[in-house]
Design a protein around this ligand. Sequence first.
Ligand code: HEC
Ligand code: HEC
Length: 306
Amino acid sequence: MADFTSSFWNWFIAVPTILGILGCFWLVIHYSGARTYGESKEGEPMGHVWDGDLQEINNPLPRWWLNMFYATLIFGIIYLILYPGLGSWKGLLGWTEAGQYEAEMKQAEETYGPLFDKYLKVPVAELAKDPKAVEMGRHLFATYCVGCHGSDAGGARGYPNLRDNDWLYGGTPEKIVETITNGRQGAMPAWEDQGLLTHEQVVNAAEYVRGLSGAEVDPQARAKGEEVFKTNCAVCHGPDGKGNQALGAPNLTDDIWLYGGSQKRVIESIAHGRSGRMPAWGELLGKGKIHLLATYVYSLSHNKGP
Ligand code: HEC
Ligand code: HEC
């Protein structure tokens, strides 16, 4: 066992354990026989009196009670022979935590593997019409995704809503699978912090951007902001501000905000930048589970009905 690089720790654990068990045996044997106590023999009063007539009698401990001690001691010895517990002794059964984990994973794989494989053959858009598959996807979502995207996938500030058919990276089955498998990293530069724009330019750009989705803004600031936008922002967000899914640059014209659409929040986004990170799940979950997760996510904005 790698935990015991020198034999000192092996003996440090094994010796006191064995001595402890032998000590317990000695103690139980010592107290099971009849003993004399001072002047008194077995069954006689020992001379301790309480409350006038309550006396202590020299009786041995009850047999059934002592037998319980023997039983636990023998159980302990058998356990330590069969399982790891005495220093680096591995136990006769060869049980390990890792082994048990692997056996359980293998069993789960045997149970669910064929089911996942069966679903893997059906394209996501079609599978999204199968209530059983969507339900399985929903369970997986509840296990792995709700911490960030919310229990109804409605999102929160910084964590996109997955129900609204508005996509940072694209809502086709292929793009959703790609997002879940490889993760995503948003990269909005910090225009003011990095000295790329002055605070005034940032405020003007914010007015322009908010105006794109119909907010009432100061027309003069908006006009100045348009210049800033054309020069600095159009590369990623597009000349019309409709975004670019290849870069994860959001559409700024739809009044759907990842980080909030108030003047304060939009200025914050532009001045300090944003870098939302979606973790990669490919290695942890594998193709079968990701296929079902994508099915669930896809169903949220494509399944019409109650
Ligand atoms: C640690 C938090 C976190 C967890 C857990 C997480 N996500 Fe995400 N996810 C994000 C963030 C943040 C983004 C947006 C990335 C960005 O801003 O560029 C995102 C983006 C996405 C997108 C892209 C949305 C779009 O508009 O293109 C999808 C789809 C998605 N997540 C699905 C999932 C699924 C399915 C799971 C569970 C397996 C999951 N996420 C777990 C944080 C998380
Ligand atoms: C290098 C590409 C790039 C450039 C250039 C860029 N952005 Fe962004 N922007 C992004 C990305 C990517 C995001 C999303 C960040 C995330 O997902 O965490 C974003 C997010 C935003 C947001 C937040 C949107 C929301 O839904 O909350 C605003 C506002 C914004 N950008 C405005 C601007 C303005 C104004 C400029 C020009 C001064 C600009 N961006 C330049 C890539 C860019």
